[in-house]
Design a protein around this ligand. Structure first.
Ligand SMILES: [Zn+2]
Length: 186
C-alpha cells in the first residue's frame, strides 16, 4: 500500500518553501512508521479548485558553479545569480503520468517566502485547464483538447503537428512520433 501527503490549494500556495524540505520529510518518515504505507517524494500532492489531485516536487538547485546548468541559470536570472537561492518545481497529474509544468525560480528567504505568485497563478491555470480537459503541447505549448493530442512520449503530450514533425523543437523526421517508435522504454 502507498500513502501520500495532500496539501489543499490554499496550503500549497501559502506554505513557506522551507516546509517542503526537512519538516515534510520528517512527516513522511513519521507517517511511514505509523501506517506502514510506502511514502515517497512522488506522493506529495495538492488539490485544485475542482478537487482533483496533482503530484508535485520542489527541489533545491544543486548545480555546480561553472556547470552547463549554471550557465543556463545565468542566462535566465543574470550573472549575479545565487545558486543556493534557486529552486525547481515540477507538477504532474495525480498519477504522475502527465507532466504539466516545470519551472525554476528564486527565493530570497526560504523560511518566509512561498511559491512566487506568478508561478502559483500559472500552476492554478494549468491544473484547472487539465481538469477541464484542456492540455498544452509539451513541445510548442499550444492549447489542445483530448481529441487534438497527436501522441504521448513518456510523460509528455504533443499536438498533432509536433507529433508528425511539422512544428516543434524535435527535428527528427517524423517528429516525436518517430522518436516514440524508436523508444524501447528500457
Ligand atoms: Zn506542439
Amino acid at each position: 500500500m502507498k500513502g501520500y501527503i495532500v496539501f489543499d490549494w490554499h496550503e500549497f500556495i501559502t506554505t513557506p518553501i522551507y516546509q517542503f524540505f526537512d519538516p515534510l520529510d520528517e512527516k513522511r518518515i513519521a507517517m511511514k512508521v505509523i501506517t506502514g504505507y510506502k511514502f515517497d517524494n512522488e506522493y506529495y500532492k495538492f488539490t485544485n479548485a475542482y478537487g482533483d489531485l496533482f503530484s508535485f516536487s520542489i527541489s533545491k538547485c544543486g548545480a555546480e558553479i561553472g556547470s552547463i546548468k549554471h550557465v543556463e541559470l545565468i542566462e535566465k536570472f543574470g550573472k549575479d545569480v545565487r545558486l543556493d537561492k534557486i529552486y525547481y518545481i515540477n507538477i504532474w497529474n495525480g498519477t504522475g503520468m502527465d507532466t504539466i509544468y516545470k519551472e525554476s525560480f528564486i527565493i530570497k528567504n526560504a523560511f518566509k517566502d512561498t511559491i512566487p505568485e506568478e508561478i502559483a497563478n500559472k500552476i492554478d491555470m494549468l491544473v484547472c485547464d487539465y481538469s477541464r480537459g484542456i492540455y498544452y503541447c509539451n513541445d510548442c505549448g499550444k492549447r489542445i483538447t483530448k481529441k487534438e493530442i497527436g501522441g504521448r512520449y513518456f510523460a509528455g503530450k504533443y499536438c498533432k503537428d509536433c507529433w508528425i514533425g511539422k512544428t516543434g523543437t524535435y527535428k527528427g523526421k517524423g517528429g516525436w512520433q518517430k522518436l516514440e517508435k524508436e523508444e524501447t522504454y528500457e
